[in-house]
Design a protein around this ligand. Structure first.
Ligand code: KG4
Ligand code: ZN
Length: 348
């Protein structure tokens, strides 16, 4: 006999299925009363040869992945659809075609099961990933949110109450990592490759001009151009320049990017007098950023929160965690909710 047939929704068990499809990872997770039971991620390798995410290929791959990924998330959590209390999806920001796949899937499921639909902001979710495991930050805290599409310093007053204190006026830091990596001939996304190479390089070998911005604003487009000119000038003298100095180049550009991030974070902490400091988003996986934050925590009496590596890059567990708080506050979405494709720059 199929034992799952006997599973009914118990009133005290709140199970939410969450779907993330904003860029090039199809992910589904199940959360039960605030505890993550499963988190499945299917990454798309199809983009590697193009050096960036190709939106049309991303949405096609999401369509292929979504059913098996959701199936696996439910079965790993030992949950059937009838036991669900809500369905969550990433509303945006992200690539429109990619978001649509998750949005329509979640909407149809919520409609068919007649359960609440929960629309989650991707960047808010990156921050709330800190509430998946202990230790959890205490409010208010500052979060440096750094991904392929965003660079923001956020003051987090409560789970769903956040203020952006400063952000990039052009490229995101993840984009700067990826573009510099691409210029060095590294695969996409290049951030992790730069991180890896930098381990054996000298971070002070080459100096790059930092763009100085007012207040808590960032700008990363200038450094990308400076990096391109630096490579061209050196390659003119020695065509093998990159190959011979890969590790030092990676370490030096990484050091500059991290330094730019930290300067403003320090300023934000001084300005707000907040010493609870977190990082979130794909670039929070960077080992130099993590090490430097630990150093700063000693110097500035900060309590630092570094997300687990699995929760740095895109995943549905963070969407599920946010949905948990949305449901608690009764913030349900309408079945008419559209995806929100606010600016989200990818590898191109
Ligand atoms: O949050 P995420 O998975 O997707 C977006 O919402 O953009 O972030 C992806 C970004 C990419 O730019 C990737 O290169 C960067 O995070 N990234 C890293 C590292 N791991 C991922 N950048 C630097 N060092 C890393 N270890
Ligand atoms: Zn992200």
């Amino acid at each position: 006999m199929n034992k799952s047939r006997h599973k009914f929704k118990e009133p005290d068990l709140v199970n939410i299925l969450a779907i993330e499809s904003s860029c090039d990872d199809t992910s589904a997770a199940v959360i039960q009363n605030g505890k993550i039971l499963s988190n499945i991620i299917a990454s798309q390798s199809v983009h590697e040869k193009y050096g960036g995410v190709v939106p049309e290929l991303a949405s096609r791959a999401h369509q292929q992945n979504i059913v098996p990924v959701v199936h696996q998330a439910l079965s790993e959590a030992n949950i059937t659809k009838t036991m669900l209390s809500g369905v969550a999806f990433t509303q945006g920001p992200g690539l429109l075609g990619s978001l649509l796949v998750g949005t329509s899937f979640a909407k149809s499921l919520a409609y068919a099961l007649d359960i609440p639909l929960l629309a989650v902001d991707h960047m808010q979710a990156h921050i709330l990933a800190h509430f998946i495991d202990d230790p959890k930050p205490t409010f208010p805290f500052l979060c440096l949110t750094v991904s392929g599409g965003h660079t923001q310093i956020v003051k987090v007053n409560n789970y769903l109450d956040m203020e952006i204190l400063g952000e990039t006026q052009d490229d995101a830091v993840g984009e700067a990592f990826d573009k510099c990596a691409k210029l060095m001939g590294l695969p996409y996304p290049g951030g992790p490759y730069v991180d890896q190479l930098a381990h054996s390089g000298d971070p002070k070998k080459y100096a790059f001009p930092m763009t100085h911005m007012p207040d808590l604003q960032y700008s990363f487009s200038g450094i990308k151009t400076a990096f391109l000119n630096f490579l061209k000038n050196n390659e003119r003298k020695d065509p093998d320049f990159i190959e011979k100095n890969k590790a030092d180049i990676a370490a030096s550009i990484q050091n500059t990017l991290i330094e730019m991030l930290l300067q403003k974070l320090l300023k934000a902490s001084q300005k707000t007098n907040i010493r609870e400091i977190a990082i979130a988003g794909g670039v929070s996986a960077n080992s130099e950023l993590r090490d430097k934050l630990e150093e700063e925590s000693v110097k500035n009496d900060w309590t630092v929160y570094l997300p687990k590596l699995a929760y740095c890059t895109d995943n549905a567990a963070m969407i599920a965690m946010t949905a948990h708080y949305l449901l608690l506050e009764g913030k349900k979405a309408s079945l008419r909710t559209d995806p929100d494709a606010r600016l989200h720059f990818m590898g191109h």
